[in-house]
Ligand binder design. Structure first.
Ligand code: 3HC
Length: 281
């Protein structure tokens, strides 16, 4: 059922979503806010495809074919005629609602999805004149590799829109799971207290960073330890998600550990800034 998909925001998540739909045979439009941002997005997608080639998941020929189906632009009118438009811009309510209003001018029959990890769908839906076509599609990082997509169905979302999102996620090889519009949905409700607890244990000196990560990796069979994973996600992103859930629920387990807040204020954001709980080259 390939067709056209649009993604707003060429960051890590948007680029990964674009790649996943390209690999499933869709033509993909990615909208960025500046020439600089779309240049960086193109580099990100190219680098991720090179990684797939290195891992044997893609050939150089596939890469060139997929890139010919991709259009990066700053012009929102290019999204017209899409089956779905997926918003993946910064995790800020005002930024997202501004983008949603722009999307709606050209969305036609398309469903509109947000890849938010923590902002309630209900809060964003009010920016749209027709919120029935709007819902959450929460992908996981790295998107081309990770299977699940939380399909976040708000009270205002129509059953047709939910069914469309589920079938699109399946069409790009993902496993869609329907969830309610609950703070943190399922994944981050479960994950964030674990990452926070690991930071608290480090703060208390219960074990060193390698010790904590090794116990979780080997003892609980996780591919990455919690501190390594927090660096991978970005400590600023983790903090924002925890605060968003804490503000909605008042539940202390989501209050970011002092160590996480300190690192964020020092600009130690994890892999992307070359230092977080660990140092990177
Ligand atoms: N594009 C396409 N395919 C790729 C690829 C790419 N860029 N990179 C790898 N692949 C393919 C490989 O070929 C391989 O395919 P195969 O299984 O058919 O052989 C598959 O993807 C997996 O690759 P690898 O096994 O080589 O990957 P690694 O062993 O290097 O593992 C990892 C890397 C998948 C990142 C693993 O360490 C992991 O799972 N870490 C945990 C990640 C995690 O928890 N993510 C969720 C974060 S939470 C989140 O995102 C929510 C947000 O709201 C915070």
């Amino acid at each position: 059922m390939a067709g056209k998909i649009s993604v707003i925001g060429p960051g890590t998540m948007g680029s990964g979503i674009a790649q996943s739909f390209l690999q499933a045979g869709y033509s993909v439009v990615v909208v960025g806010r500046s020439d600089e941002s779309i240049k960086k997005g193109a580099e990100r997608i190219g680098a991720s495809m090179d990684k797939a080639i290195k891992k044997g998941a893609m050939s150089e020929q596939d890469k060139q074919k997929l890139l010919s189906m991709l259009k990066l632009t700053t012009d929102y009118s290019e999204i017209s005629g899409s089956s779905a438009i997926i918003e993946a811009v910064a995790e800020e309510l005002d930024e997202k609602t501004g983008v949603l209003k722009q999307i709606e001018k050209f969305s036609g029959q398309a469903i509109i999805a947000t890849n938010t990890s923590s902002i309630p769908i209900k809060k964003m839906a009010s920016a749209l004149s027709d919120p029935s076509k709007f819902l959450g599609m929460h992908f996981f990082n790295p998107v081309p590799v990770m299977k699940p997509v939380e399909i976040v169905v708000a009270e205002s979302t129509s059953e047709d829109a939910a069914a469309m999102a589920i079938s699109l996620a399946k069409a790009c090889g993902k496993v869609p799971i329907r969830v309610k519009d609950y703070p943190g949905f399922v994944a981050n409700s479960v994950l964030m207290p674990m990452l926070n607890e690991a930071a608290l244990l480090l703060e208390k000196g219960v074990a060193d960073r390698e010790g904590i990560d090794t116990i979780v990796k080997l003892g609980l069979n996780h591919p990455m330890g919690p501190l390594e994973l927090a660096d991978f996600i970005g400590l600023d992103v983790c903090k924002d998600i925890m605060e968003a859930i804490y503000n909605e629920t008042g539940d202390e387990k989501y209050k970011p550990a002092k160590l996480i807040s300190e690192k964020v204020s020092q600009g130690k954001l994890g892999r992307k800034s070359k230092e977080g709980f660990y140092e990177y080259k």
